[in-house]
Design a protein around this ligand. Structure first.
Ligand code: MN
Length: 129
């Protein structure tokens, strides 16, 4: 059973993401800002992380960098969730190390596609390892 950490400061966005992911049969862990997300990721080692970009305390890009610099968490795939996905922004997200992104406002179908694709890819990698 996959465990997915959702890091999101907007309470409605957090709840919506949680409902969609749990409807797929996965477990969720919830964090309200980047610093809490980093701490939970290190403690729980989730299979996948959905990371909002604009958050108080620590933004999503800083949180990704913190996770990438730690041996225990550097391989966990992280998907950006962002409302300012202009073309240049998307390229920047891939450059810094996000494996994919979800645009806000969230569309349920594309949200599910991105999550399932990431989990499949992770599963394939685990089989090879
Ligand atoms: Mn936000």
């Amino acid at each position: 059973m996959a465990n997915i950490l959702i890091v999101e400061d907007d309470e409605k966005g957090l709840e919506l993401s949680k409902i969609i992911i749990e409807s797929l049969g996965y477990e969720t862990l919830l964090a309200r800002h980047g610093e809490e997300g980093v701490r939970m990721a290190k403690e729980q080692l989730p299979d996948l992380i959905l990371m909002d970009i604009q958050m108080p305390v620590m933004d999503g890009i800083s949180a990704l960098k913190a996770l990438r610099s730690d041996e225990r968490t550097k391989e966990i795939p992280i998907i950006a969730v962002t409302s300012y996905a202009m073309k240049g922004d998307k390229e920047h997200l891939f450059e810094v190390g996000f494996i994919d992104y979800i645009s806000k406002p969230i569309s349920k179908d594309s949200f599910i596609k991105v999550v399932e694709k990431a989990l499949r890819r992770q599963h394939e990698r685990d089989k090879k390892a």
